[in-house]
Design a protein around this ligand. Structure first.
Ligand SMILES: Cc1cc2nc3c(=O)[nH]c(=O)nc-3n(C[C@H](O)[C@H](O)[C@H](O)COP(=O)(O)OP(=O)(O)OC[C@H]3O[C@@H](n4cnc5c(N)ncnc54)[C@H](O)[C@@H]3O)c2cc1C
Length: 417
């Protein structure tokens, strides 16, 4: 039975909800976690079958527990990530109620707190933390009409190559998801076209250290916001096949045809921007800049790390980059499916409070919303680059829990005026 009352109600039992629960427990704050499915459901059923974590197991975890069954330098398969969070919830005795959906949250009238309507009844909560994920609603741009005779799906719904009809596949978007899915489809024998936009592509490892380590020591996970002008730059990294740098030239050698940013569709043909060479060059520059910064850091700190000059060798541009296809007739190219690896939007339609901008995005400061008592957790760039990632959300949760504990102290204060 769901309690009728709690201090802090956390919506979502993914990594963000569990991190929040741990810090609230440490601060002595009574709370509940409501999860409509299972703990860490998105890691189980919201991703493709072969997905492994993008960071090694020593890095992509909470501080309080190691993976018991994954080598620290290996990349945990998605099911093991989900299992890890189930074990973590047990370890911290998180009060998680699975199979309970939060339907609506409204502010109480004439008294503090919120009325939380759930699929299992109503809960009265002094505070609400929305931990419903950074990546909620898949976005498919309205480019190719549904009746164009092409199977279209978002990367969120992609599972494996066998799910697609025979024929070539166009993957749109070359961030971590698009690049990995294109690689998998190509290795399975499919003809693949990959539409590549502006991207960062840090080296998987350099001078014996994983890029997660380098980004950590170079302070890049701590960046508070993307640099102006780079808002649409995605990051392409992968732990697949043991982990290697995403190298679009290698993908081209493997048979993938690279294309520029996807444009309009007309009469069975898609247009692509003439920006492929520039996007590849941008990714190369990002890659080399990480090597430069890593070398400077190693020199400055006298680190005895093996030199790796061969990492700086970048091969010639493949033909698809020097002579880019600007228009592709999908039927002539045998393209039977399109996978849109084009990102996600958020949906807080259940949270009926006044703290959203015109695009429905939360207005907040490090997770504290403009509506007193409402908090967000796990948002991209909530406090830093790390915020939507496993290790980052844990630290953001601590900040939010501290704020809640402080607010409770104000409410407990009593001295006759
Ligand atoms: C393909 C992919 C790969 C990723 N790989 C990595 C990686 O390797 N390392 C890393 O650190 N990060 C990775 N991330 C980023 C991030 O770690 C994940 O997106 C992670 O799932 C975010 O956790 P979360 O708890 O914030 O949100 P989610 O995992 O999305 O959890 C939110 C939960 O809220 C529940 N929920 C939503 N609405 C309601 C409601 N109304 N009532 C009750 N429950 C509700 C959902 O069922 C869900 O379980 C990856 C993301 C993607 C998309």
């Amino acid at each position: 039975m769901l309690p009728e009352k709690t201090d802090t109600l956390i919506v979502g039992g993914g990594q963000a909800g569990l991190a929040m629960s741990e810090h609230l427990s440490n601060a002595g704050v009574p709370h509940l976690v409501l999860e409509r499915d299972r703990i860490a459901e998105r890691w189980r059923t919201g991703r493709w079958d072969s997905l492994v974590a993008n960071g090694p197991a020593w890095h992509d975890r909470f501080p309080g527990m190691e993976f018991s069954d994954v080598d620290p330098d290996a990349f945990a398969p998605k099911e093991k990530v989900a299992d890890y969070f189930v074990a973590y919830a047990e370890k911290i005795a998180a009060p998680v109620y699975c199979g309970v959906e939060v339907i609506e949250v409204t502010r109480n009238v004439g008294r503090p707190g919120f009325r939380v309507e759930t699929s299992d009844g109503v809960v009265d909560a002094a505070r609400v933390v929305a931990a419903t994920g950074p990546f909620q609603t898949p976005i498919i741009p309205t480019v190719v009409p549904a009746d164009a005779g092409i199977t279209q799906m978002h990367s969120y719904d992609y599972r494996n190559p066998g799910q697609l009809p025979d024929g070539a596949v166009l993957v749109v978007g070359a961030g971590s998801s698009g690049a990995q899915i294109a690689d998998e489809l190509s290795r399975s024998g499919r003809k693949v076209y990959l539409s590549v936009g502006p991207h960062d592509r840090p080296p998987r490892a350099y001078r014996g250290r994983d890029f997660c380590w380098w980004l950590g020591v170079l302070g890049k996970w701590d960046a508070a916001a993307k640099e102006p002008g780079t808002e649409h730059v995605t990051i392409a990294v992968s732990g697949a096949y043991g982990g290697s740098t995403i190298d679009f030239r290698r993908l081209a050698e493997q048979g993938i045809t690279l294309l520029g940013v996807t444009g309009a569709y007309r009469d069975g043909a898609l247009n692509f921007a003439p920006d492929l060479a520039a996007n590849i060059a941008y990714g190369d520059a990002n890659y080399l800049s990480v090597l430069d910064e890593a070398d400077a850091y190693a020199t400055q700190n006298g680190l005895d790390l093996p030199e790796e000059p061969e990492a700086r060798v970048i091969g010639p541009d493949p033909d698809c980059v020097t002579n880019p296809i600007l228009e592709l007739n999908l039927s002539d190219a045998g393209v039977a499916s399109i996978i849109w690896a084009t990102g996600f939007a958020v949906d807080y339609s259940w949270l009926k409070v006044d703290t959203f901008d015109e695009d429905g995005k939360p207005k907040h400061q490090r997770g504290k919303s403009e509506e007193p008592g409402v908090y967000f957790l796990g948002l991209p760039w909530q406090s830093s680059r790390a915020s939507s990632f496993i290790w980052g959300v844990w630290h953001d949760a601590k900040h939010v829990a501290d704020h809640i504990a402080t607010q409770r102290k104000y409410m407990d204060y009593y001295r006759p005026a």
